[in-house]
Design a protein around this ligand. Structure first.
Ligand code: PLP
Length: 348
């Protein structure tokens, strides 16, 4: 397979873990300001959330340089990914992407009858934008790019991504999955809302599951021109699948820059600690800009994963072209120390 095989889909009931480092969740929880907003929202749980949708869309639109009409809210970004897969793959055709990337949209598109073309990554484990561009044919219905990428944690420079979109989007819609964009330092982030404002065929997918810690609360959104949002909408669960509690917490968290900065800084610290500890043991860690780390391991995936779980450490494993890899989410410093202890025990 060009894409990896995921051998570690979390089971319905997870064993009791000391460190849950398998789903790129925020180990620090939700912002105290978001918790306060959740409690307040309980008092208006009997009301439909019209005002709150408008308020959050306005905040996002102002930051992104788009209109609220360019935003569609969703219970997590998965809903947007699945809707895009169904819409763009419904007549067959090809979805063009990179090897070693996030599979959910691709698997759904394949089920709808689309063919997936996954272009090899560069030697640095980054998206090879030039090679992807060279593979565009009239059969390609969508280009899917994950940046920062999961599971490699790598990024493409903002300027390269913008140039790529300007060249490709007039021919084929480009879907940018930016689930991990909040882990970029704000000044370095690609700011591609402007392409949407210009009317380009670009869809940005965002989630509150990562830096905001809303994986369980469920909140995400798409930014695109209204025609594209309308085309995907019939395949979503609809905006009202988002509860007023989640929305009000989302509004608080979105404005809580201090909490986001705190989470980003803590993540960077724990990521640097783990990268160094693994590198010191002779492992080739792929430099990550996100809240997880991928590195090649010297054991078979299933055996490694089982032994890590037996030690109370939840991680994920992947095989890419026969090479086993471990993907470990960045937890707290304590959790990363536990991970390193467990890892040393397991690899001997
Ligand atoms: N996109 C990427 C790249 C992800 O890694 C994830 C989740 O891990 C998602 C989208 C979907 O997350 P959610 O539905 O929680 O927003």
């Amino acid at each position: 397979a060009v894409r990896g095989t995921n051998t570690a889909t979390p089971p319905d009931t997870l064993p009791k873990l000391r460190a849950r480092l398998l789903a790129n969740e925020n180990p620090l929880g939700i912002a105290p300001s978001a918790k306060e907003a959740l409690v307040k929202a309980a008092d208006i749980g009997n009301r439909y959330a019209w005002m709150e949708f408008a308020q959050l869309k306005q905040l996002i639109a102002a930051d992104e340089g788009v209109s609220p009409k360019n935003i569609m809210m969703s219970p997590g970004s998965s809903d947007i990914l699945m809707a895009a897969a169904t819409h763009f793959a419904k007549g067959g055709g090809t979805i063009l992407t990179s090897a070693m990337t996030y599979d959910d949209l691709l698997e759904r598109a394949q089920k709808q009858g689309a063919k997936i073309v996954a272009v090899p990554m560069t030697k640095e484990y980054t998206y090879d934008l030039a090679a992807i561009k060279a593979r565009i044919t009239p059969d390609v219905k969508l280009v899917y790019i994950v940046n920062p990428n999961n599971p490699t944690g790598t990024v493409v420079p903002a300027a390269d991504l913008e140039a790529f979109c300007r060249e490709v989007a007039p021919k084929v819609p480009v879907f940018l999955d930016e689930a991990y964009i909040d882990f970029y330092e704000p000044a370095d982030r690609p700011k591609l809302g402007k392409l949407v404002a210009e009317g380009q065929n670009v869809i940005l997918a965002r989630t509150f599951s990562k830096i905001h810690g809303f994986a369980g609360l469920r909140l995400g959104y798409a930014i695109a021109k209204p025609e594209l949002l309308m085309a995907m909408k019939p395949y979503t669960n609809g905006e009202f699948a988002v509860s007023i509690t989640t929305l009000m917490a989302g509004i608080a968290s979105y404005q809580d820059k201090d909490w986001q900065n705190h989470c980003r800084a803590e993540n960077a610290k724990a990521r640097a600690f783990t990268t160094k500890a693994l590198t010191d043991m002779g492992y080739d860690v792929i430099p990550s800009a996100a809240n997880f780390i991928l590195f090649p391991i010297r054991m078979k995936t299933k055996a490694f994963e089982n032994q890590m779980f037996a030690n109370g450490i939840g991680i994920q494993t992947r095989d890419f072209s026969g090479q086993p890899y471990c993907r470990v989410s960045v937890g707290t410093m304590d959790e990363m120390a536990m991970f390193m202890d467990g890892f040393k025990k397991v690899v001997g």
